[in-house]
Design a protein around this ligand. Structure first.
Ligand SMILES: Nc1nc2c(ncn2[C@@H]2O[C@H](COP(=O)(O)OP(=O)(O)O[C@H]3O[C@H](CO)[C@@H](O)[C@H](O)[C@@H]3O)[C@@H](O)[C@H]2O)c(=O)[nH]1
Length: 255
């Protein structure tokens, strides 16, 4: 039994899914993988089912009815993981924009005491390869915007490459998480930050996908811009709702 689960949300990732799964299973650490697929029309889930015959005890699949957003896909995955024994739960994109071998670096940071390790594109300059300038400006600008509004000392709050200690997910009220697009990444980090968990950024290089398409759209951008202001105001007026905090009774023993 592995104590590390990598959650990969997928929508139309047929060109990447098999390669990313094989690459993670080839790493030195025995990771498990949970794919949360939103009934992708391109047959991503069927491809995963075929691979489950080869990786029966390591590869899991949850298929939802339709495209319902990256945020709710992760919440679904977190709840699934918390019903099992996993101690470290990772988020990673399916498209190789996050280098699977960096999972080991995020894991090490959590083993060394971080509650939440963030694969950070902006910890040391701008480490993004092959994104158009407009996307870099949007993403980098978003980091300034979030830091300015929330005061959270994180250079890459929208990063989708993360390792959570189990106790962080147990300490956050997952049913209260509101964002469904990429702003979900900001909300999770903000809730963890307000709950006094230790967040640590690990510098990574993010390389834009070669295969398939980004699911970024206007609604995701608008949710990010307006949602962060609402989130900040809510946290000012009702801080307790954001501050579940570490729950010592739920902490796992160090096995
Ligand atoms: N199940 C599910 N998966 C989804 C959905 N939308 C996107 N995904 C999956 O989520 C991952 C990230 O989506 P991309 O569309 O590839 O993201 P990106 O544009 O490259 O965005 C990156 O930058 C964002 C902003 O900095 C990050 O927030 C995001 O996590 C990612 O790293 C991919 O595995 C994609 O299939 C959805 O509605 N449902």
């Amino acid at each position: 039994m592995s104590n590390c689960l990598v959650i990969i949300p997928t929508y139309n990732e047929i060109e990447n899914i098999e390669a990313i799964i094989r690459t993670v299973f080839d790493l030195k650490k025995p990771f498990h993988i949970l794919i949360v697929d939103d009934n992708s029309p391109d047959g991503t889930a069927e491809n995963v089912r075929e691979l489950q015959e080869e990786f029966a005890d390591q590869l899991f699949l949850e298929v939802r009815q339709g495209k319902a957003g990256l945020g709710t896909a992760y919440i679904h995955g977190f709840k699934w993981a918390l019903q099992k024994e996993y101690e470290h739960i990772f988020e990673m994109d399916a498209d190789f924009s996050h280098k699977p071998s960096d999972l080991l670096r995020l894991h090490r940071a959590c083993l060394n005491g971080a509650d939440l390790a963030i694969g950070s594109r902006y910890k040391k300059g701008v480490n993004v390869v092959n994104w158009p300038l407009s996307r870099i400006i949007l993403s980098y600008g978003a980091s300034f915007y979030v830091r300015f509004l929330t005061g959270m000392p994180i250079n890459d709050p929208t990063s989708g490459f993360v390792c959570y200690q189990r106790q962080v997910l147990e300490g956050i009220n997952l049913d209260a998480v509101r964002f469904i697009g990429y702003a979900f990444q900001i909300e999770m980090k903000y809730r963890a930050y307000l709950s006094k968990f230790e967040l640590k950024e690990i510098s990574i290089i993010f390389t834009d996908r070669i295969n398939g398409k980004s699911k970024m759209n206007r609604a995701i951008i608008i949710e990010g811009i307006t949602g962060v202001i609402k989130m900040r105001l809510k946290s000012l007026f009702n801080r307790k709702k954001f501050q579940n905090g570490p729950n010592p009774t739920k902490k796992l023993s160090t096995r």
